[in-house]
Design a protein around this ligand. Structure first.
Ligand code: CA
Length: 220
């Protein structure tokens, strides 16, 4: 899952990026409202973490512009503004949730998971495809009741595919979900992770759709 973090406070920005990367998210970080708009126009993000008091363009304006353009990305506001009226304005401008600074990183990660779940149309926090069970909160994976040990990238790739069974994701789309800016992407990295996932889950679980990409087939 690829997230965009918009935060001009360097300490909070560093802390949030590090914390969410440890949770297995790819995180890009920009520090003003205009850079946020540029990034949103050029990359496909799964979720936006948005500070309100920002240089160049206010967070509320960024949010309003986004919704005007019909962009439905889940938005979580991070704000030091504790006035109720600011929170109301943010929600009414199209935000899905908010956290007041200072916040706890575990709570932030849980809210991010909740918004991503809702975006995927799930109420159940557990992702299940046939006998494969994925817990996004604990990163535990099991197949036929047997626990499967996965690396952080293997987990991220499997999660991206299993969240939308029957949908083909291209190599580029998968790379974008695995890596944020400044993280070196090795060539054929997706193939390498698919190969090791097949070794652990069986060869027919992740299908290669020739010339298009990869998918996890729907199961009864
Ligand atoms: Ca700020």
């Amino acid at each position: 899952m690829r997230l965009l973090l918009v935060e001009d406070d360097a300490m909070i920005g560093e802390g949030v990026r590090k914390g969410l990367r440890q949770e297995g998210f790819a995180v890009d970080w920009v520090q003003d409202g205009r850079a946020a708009e540029l990034a949103l126009d050029n990359e496909a993000y799964d979720l936006l973490l948005l500070d309100l008091g920002l240089p160049k363009k206010d967070g509320l304006e960024v949010l309003a512009g986004l919704r005007r353009k019909g962009n439905a990305i889940p938005v979580l506001i991070l704000t030091a503004r504790d006035a109720i009226s600011e929170r109301v304005k943010g929600l009414d401008a199209g935000a899905d949730d908010y956290l007041i600074k200072p916040f706890d990183l575990d709570e932030l990660a849980a809210r991010v998971r909740a918004l991503l779940r809702r975006k995927a149309g799930r109420a159940d926090p557990i992702i299940q495809v046939g006998s494969l069970v994925i817990n996004p909160a604990t990163h535990e994976v099991s197949l036929d009741g047997q626990p499967i040990a996965l690396s952080a990238r293997e987990f991220a790739l499997l999660r991206a595919l299993a969240e939308r069974p029957g949908v083909v994701l291209s190599r580029t789309q998968l790379e974008e979900k695995l890596y944020g800016w400044g993280e070196e992407v090795e060539s054929n990295t997706v193939e390498v992770y698919v190969h090791s996932l097949r070794r652990k889950l069986g060869t027919d679980f992740i299908r290669n759709v020739r010339g298009v990409g990869y998918m996890v087939a729907k199961r009864p």
